[in-house]
Design a protein around this ligand. Structure first.
Ligand code: CP
Ligand code: NVA
Length: 315
């Protein structure tokens, strides 16, 4: 009898909507601790307790990545574990082997799977059919790891995000969906300014409304930005989007520029998950300006994901 799984009890990290407020807050608190523990040390420093010693994470990418790939590789390294990177197209997935068969096989080799998938359903299938924790590293539906890093970043700079006003101007995309989930979880107000063509999915808004989320959708970026504590945007053309020209023109009025930032609170922060397109969704003056915390936000992918990995593996 094969005993292939050394991880008897684990959690998937598929969407923030699966977490309780307490779970999300404890992951953020652990991320803060893990960050402090190796502050000022070389990036290759392993946390002294090696909490994920002997654990191997497989990372599957069906779409390109810079931050997610490097931060997850460094995260598992810093926790004392190992990683291997699989480009989806280079595996038998690219030749039609099913997600379910892939998941069952990988579960015999590795202790956790991180998947950046074209289709959210593939992520859910991976989680359903394997026997190790599965982490959402971005799908067409959501990007929960990113928003854990965003919340960590906000709280480092300004304290608790609870009851703060978060404004989003631009495409109601996968990152916006995870912010909708986060607004409920972390109890902040979220105002989304999106054109009618690119509204966030109604399913996410309904989920939030059923849980008392303070979320408004407007076509007026100024109304969203007024007195906000945090202004966020993302690319107007996400990976997999095909109608780039049409998107750039429809979303143009939603650009985050100096005039829009002037409506926010004086101490408001600006965030962008990156990669950014300067002078499209955000002006150079804003993204490289004094309110922008994008480099801290990018770095915090590493620390947030260490905490996510530990939570997934029951540590
Ligand atoms: N923000 C983010 O997920 O970046 P990558 O696409 O580079 O991983
Ligand atoms: N919305 C973007 C996020 C990239 C990190 C995309 O899906 O391409």
């Amino acid at each position: 009898m094969t005993t292939h799984n050394a991880v008897p009890k684990y959690n998937h990290f598929l969407d923030l909507s699966d977490l309780t407020t307490e779970q999300a807050q404890s992951i953020i608190a652990n991320a803060k601790r893990l960050k402090a523990e190796i502050q000022g040390r070389p990036h290759g420093t392993v946390h002294p307790e090696r909490p994920l010693q002997d654990i191997t994470l497989a990372m599957i990418f069906e779409k390109p990545s810079t931050r997610t790939r490097v931060s997850f590789e460094m995260a598992i390294h810093q926790l004392g574990g190992n990683s291997l990177v699989l480009q989806g197209g280079d595996t038998q997935l690219g030749r039609g082997e099913t997600v379910a068969d892939t998941s069952r096989v990988l579960s015999r080799f590795v202790d956790a799977i991180m998947l950046r998938a074209r289709e959210h359903d593939a992520l859910l299938e991976m989680a359903r059919t394997g026997s190790v924790p599965v982490i959402n590293a971005l799908t067409n539906w959501s990007h929960p790891c990113q928003i854990m890093a965003d919340v960590l970043t906000y709280e480092e700079h300004r304290g608790s995000i609870k009851d703060k006003i978060v404004a989003w101007s631009g495409d109601g995309n996968n990152v916006a969906v995870s912010w909708i989930h986060a607004a409920v979880l972390f109890e902040c107000e979220l105002r989304l300014a999106c054109p009618p063509e690119y509204l966030p999915p109604q399913e996410a808004l309904d989920w939030a409304e059923a849980r008392g989320g303070r979320i408004t959708v407007t076509q007026d970026p100024s109304a969203a930005a007024k007195d906000c504590d945090l202004m966020i945007t993302d690319t107007w053309v996400s990976m997999g989007d095909t109608n780039a020209e049409e998107r750039l023109s429809t979303l143009a009025p939603y650009q985050v520029n100096e005039a829009l930032m002037a409506l926010a609170k004086d101490d408001a922060l600006f965030m962008h998950c990156l990669p950014a397109h300067r002078e499209e969704e955000v002006t150079t003056g804003v993204i490289d300006g004094p309110q922008s915390v994008i480099w801290d936000e990018a770095e915090n992918r590493l620390h947030a994901q260490k905490a996510i990995l530990m939570w997934c593996l029951g540590k």
